[in-house]
Design a protein around this ligand. Sequence first.
Ligand SMILES: Cc1cc2nc3c(=O)[nH]c(=O)nc-3n(C[C@H](O)[C@H](O)[C@H](O)COP(=O)(O)O)c2cc1C
Length: 256
Amino acid sequence: MAFAIGPYCVDKPVILAPMAGVTDLPFRRLCHDLGAGLVVSEMVTSDVRLWNSTKSRHRLIHDAEVSPRSVQIAGGDPQMMAEAAQQNVELGAQIIDINMGCPAKKVCNKAAGSALLKDEALVREILESVVNSVSVPVTLKIRTGWSLDQKNGLAIAKMAEDIGIQALAIHGRTRECKFQGQVEYDTIAEIKHHLSIPIFANGDIKDAQSAKFVKDYTKADGIMIGRAAQGRPWIFREINHYLETNELLTPPLYLR
Ligand SMILES: Cc1cc2nc3c(=O)[nH]c(=O)nc-3n(C[C@H](O)[C@H](O)[C@H](O)COP(=O)(O)O)c2cc1C
């Protein structure tokens, strides 16, 4: 079940979603030790002038990161995103992840995160600018599209692959849906069908059985877990075991 992101081998198909305010360094290490195949930093703003704040400093790369060190950047200006990517690589990032998936409306008064999905020309500019500015693999996180009427996730995914994005995570909701309503996995399955790069399916995966269902249904290379890992970081071990053996692990002793 292993796959590659550039020179890095991800040998477990369940990865930790970036969650600002949650997935700090100790949490990332814990999830990695408990079976997450890849962990991504909390997003850092692309405005490097703001990196001197305590919050940003904590979100930048640390010596104690697990490898490969993936850092997520967020912003809406192609040049600033490129500069942020370069500086993170200089600080030790081995993968740059671009945030076009989180519902934060703006970063520094500019559209950012999933708000960018509405403007495909700007998405192209940002992706090209970042991919061309660094020699490490660049990955992307998106939603299924801007809105239920404009579900352009597939168009953005194809564009991303053409530009050189090396792995793609998709949350099965549109930007407009925020976190409401039913998540859907059909668009993720469609994207997986059309692309060759590794795909991570994300959204509302709560346990080993739902992880297996989503992985089988979408044929995604990996599963990305966000909220279900909060307070339950051993979920990665449980999912890995279930995917490998079709058997459920008994819960940790103190939960029985
Ligand atoms: C508290 C919180 C913070 C988040 N921060 C980010 C972020 O910094 N970058 C990002 O791409 N997505 C962010 N997300 C979205 C998650 O990565 C994930 O896509 C979403 O929670 C759906 O997955 P889940 O149902 O497994 O939680 C955040 C979600 C939550 C709940």
